[in-house]
Write a protein that binds this ligand. Structure first.
Ligand SMILES: [Zn+2]
Length: 309
């Protein structure tokens, strides 16, 4: 697999991470002291939605966060560049904003609505917390023995009190790719998408598969396009915590152009020229528009469209 850029720093959700300071996760005394510090920064989520201030930006609490909800889940996210500890609080489903300590500070907002209101770092932190909290909710019980497991290591692990099995938050690799043939690239669309939106093809990597093999398999299964995995070019990736994917962007030179779609996966697929791709991204194509810049597919198409050849 070749790679020219492999720079994910400007991809939404993945950009500007903090120091996760994982060595503190096992130090309960340090974590307690950090959460009580005057300068601690605590963001909040409820049912996977971040608390966003009316002026824009996340609502940040200090040590008073400990009093918001006694049964809230606590996650240590790391240290910012001033070594300030950053935590996330997962409020219980039954939490009522009205009448709470944080009433009037903001509203719990869907991530797509929060785009443009949150900075890159805030998007990264809130989406990381969302992914972890959703994982706790759906992995309460030990997958080995069925006993209820306990959260440990500042929220980054679950351990089973019965059989001692350790469970770690999952990240599912998804290949998202453009097949390219000379001056053309392949776009597809799914029935459920907004009318006119076309995008890269994508699919989950299966056990025993490399990224390149998974990408080539998906292109063949969904569109009948043959690609040699060894020719895949890695571009960049994006954490996509809805609930726990890592989108891995690639270009794959196609060996044929005859499209045979799998109607269970795609409604249609078509080749577009580089000029068309540029028009699509500029919002000037008569039929097609691209996914928004929030999505890595947008950046994959842009990366290819802006190349000379
Ligand atoms: Zn167990």
């Amino acid at each position: 697999m070749t790679s020219q850029n492999n720079n994910s720093d400007y991809i939404p959700l993945g950009s500007r991470p903090i120091d996760r300071a994982g060595h503190h996760r096992t130090d309960t005394a340090w974590l307690e002291a950090a959460f009580a510090r005057d300068d601690v920064l605590v963001l909040m989520l409820h049912k996977g939605l971040p608390l966003v201030s009316p002026a824009g930006g996340l609502v940040w609490l200090g040590p008073e966060a400990a009093k918001v909800a006694p049964d809230a889940r606590r996650l240590f996210l790391g240290l910012d560049r001033n070594d300030t500890p950053i935590f996330a609080l997962g409020l219980p489903d039954g939490f009522e904003l009205e009448g709470s300590l944080i009433a009037g500070t903001g509203e719990f907002m869907d991530f797509r609505m929060a785009i443009g209101k949150l900075g890159e770092l805030e998007m990264n932190l809130a989406s990381t917390a969302r992914s972890i909290f959703e994982w706790h909710k759906s992995h309460r019980f030990c997958a080995r023995c069925g006993a209820e497991s306990d959260s440990t290591e500042a929220g980054w692990k679950r351990i089973c009190p019965e059989c001692s099995a350790e469970h770690f938050p999952r990240t599912d690799p998804v290949a998202i790719m453009l097949a390219v043939s000379g001056d053309k690239c392949l776009l597809g669309r799914q029935k459920m998408w907004p009318q006119g939106m076309w995008s890269c093809l994508a699919g989950f990597i299966e056990p025993g598969e490399t990224l390149e093999q998974g990408a080539a398999r998906e292109l063949h299964e969904e569109a009948g396009i043959l690609c040699h995995p060894a020719n895949a070019e890695y571009l960049f990736c994006q954490p996509w915590p809805f609930p726990s994917s890592l989108m891995i962007g690639m270009l794959l030179p196609a060996e044929n152009e005859d499209i045979t779609i799998d109607p269970h996966e795609l409604e249609a697929a078509r080749w577009v020229t580089r000029q068309e791709a540029r028009d699509i991204l500029a919002g000037e194509h008569p039929e097609i528009f691209a996914p928004p810049p929030f999505a890595v597919a947008h950046h994959i198409l842009k990366e290819w469209a802006e190349r000379d050849s």
